[in-house]
Design a protein around this ligand. Sequence first.
Ligand code: GCB
Length: 593
Amino acid sequence: MLFPKDTLTREVKDLSGIWRFKPDPENKGREEEWYKAPLHDTIPMPVPASYNDITQDAALRDHIGDVWYEQTFIAPRSWSGDRIVLWVGGACHHAVVWVNGAEAAAHKGGFLPFEADITELIVHGQENRVTIVVNNVLSWQTLPPGRIKTFDDEKHPEGYRVQEYFHDFFNYAGLHRPVKLYRTSQSYIKDITTTADVQAGTGIVYYTVEASRPEGEVRVRLLDEDGITVATSKGSSGTLRVENARLWKPLQAYLYSFHAEVWGADGEREDHYQLQIGIRTVKVEGTRFLINGEPFYFKGFGKHEDSDIRGKGVDQTVNVKDMNLLRWINANSFRTSHYPYAEELLDLADREGIVVIGEVPAVGFTFFNYNDKVYAPDKANDETLAHHLEVLTALIARDKNHPSVVMWSLANEAANFQEESVPYFRQLADTARRLDPHRPITIVQWPLPDKCRVSQFFDVICVNRYYSWYQDPGALELVEHQVEWELKGWFRTFGKPVIMSEYGADAIAGFHQDPPVMFTEEYQQELLTRYHNVFDRLDFVIGEHVWAFADFATKQGITRVGGNKKGIFTRQRQPKAAAHMLRRRWSEMGDYS
Ligand code: GCB
C-alpha cells in the first residue's frame, strides 16, 4: 500500500480536522446500527489525535470499548470515473469504516494504515458520510496484548471492569493518524519495492513496480536532488545504475526521487507515483553493523509517539521538533519503541539521515515470573502468532523503501526464556528474512543471556536493563560491575554485536540532590555515565539507546508520578541535565563510532 500523495495523476483530499464524535459506553452502537444515519449528540473531536485527553471527562479518558467518529466530504465531480480510495493512517486498535452506511473496511491493529476502494459507495458532487467505529480493547490476540479484568466481588460495583495491559505507556486510542481520500485512474500502481547496492562507486537500484493492469507499460526514472535524470528503465522490474552515486549516509542523507509510471497502449499516462529513496547498504559482519561498509555506532533513544493533549496523534510540529532535538543532542538514531510510527516521521528521518530501528507492536508478552507460561493456548496462541505475522508483514510492506530504516525489531521484552517461544520466534524471524533479505533483524531482550532461547535467530542482540533502578535501586556503585558482567555474557553466549537498547533512570525535571539520589537529575546523569564507561571498553557494543527520548504518559500506578520520567527531555521537549552530558559525549564520539 502506497502512502497517499499528490502526483501527476493522483489527487489527495485530507479529511483531517474536527470530526463528530460519540463515545459508546454501553457498546450498543453496532447493534443499533449507528452508521446507518448521521450520529446524534456528538462532541467535536480533532483528527488526528487520541481522544483521551481532549475533554475534561475522566470516563472518556479511561473508556473501554467503542467510540464513533463521523465526517462528511464532497467527492469532486471531476473525480467521477476514477478509482476513489479512503485511507486511514492509524486507528487504535480496531476499526470498522462505513461510507454512506455501507461497510467499506474492517481492520485490526492500531499502528499501521489500511485503505478501502470506495468508488462504488460514494456519490459525486454531493455530500458523503464516513463513519468509523474505533475500539481500544486489548486481548491476548492483539498487539500489544492485554486482558479485560472483571470483578465479581462485593467490593466492586456490579459489572466493574478494567483494561489490563503489560506495558507502561498509556493505552491512548482513537484516530491517531490522518484520514485521507485519494483518486487514481482505474489502472494504477499498487506497490513499489526498491533495494539498493553499491559496487565500486556505482549505485544500483533494483525495483519492482506492481501495476493493477499487467499489460500497462511501466516506465521508471531516477532523479537526483537537482532534478536531473540519472537513470531510466522500462518494465515492471529492473535495475537502475547510477555512476558515482551519492550515498545515503547517517546524518548526511542524500535522496533520489524514484518515479514510476504506467502507460496505456493509447499513449496515455495512466498512473504516476514518486518515492524518495536512498542508495545505501546495511550489513552485520562479525561484531560490526555496517552502513555502506562503514561501522555504525547507534547513538540515540527509544522514543514514543506521545505529547501533551494530542496523546499519540501525529503532529508534524512535534515530529520536526524531535528531529531537531536529535540533531542538537548529536544522536544519529532511534527505535520506534514499541510500535510502528507514522510514516510522516520516517520521511523526516530519511531526509535528516536519522537511522531507525522499526519495531512491531509486540510489547508486553511477558510476565516477570519464569513459570507463568505466556506462549500457551489461553494467552499468546496460534491466533496471536498469525496476527503477529500479519503485522510484521504489513510493517515491512509499508516501510521497506525507507533508507532510514536499517533493522526490524520483532518484539520488545518477550518471554523468550520459555521453551514454547522458540517455534513462535523462529517463524517470525524466518518470515522477516523472507520478506526482507536486506535488513538485519533483532529482538529486544529482557531475560539474561543464559535464559534466552531465541537470540540465535537474530543478527543483533538488543538488551534492555535497569541496573540501579529496578534492580538494586540507588546502588550506583554496582552499575559498572553488573552491566559489564551481563554484556560480556551476551557476547560469550551468542557472539553477536550488542546494542544497549534501553537503560536509564527517572528524573523529575528540577529535582536536584548531591550526592545523587533516585529521581534527581544528578542521579540520571550519573547512572548513564556509569553505563557509558562500560560501553567504551567493550568492542562488541555497537550502540546505546537511552530510555527514553522524552517523558511520556503511562497508566496510573504506584511507580509512576505523572508518567514515566526517564526522558532526557521533558514531555514538553525541554532538556534535563543529562541532555547536556549526552550532547557532549555524542559530539566527542563523532558521527560513526
Ligand atoms: C522497559 C520497557 C519500556 C518501559 C521501561 C521503564 O523495559 O521496554 O517500555 O517504559 O522499561 O521505564 O520501565
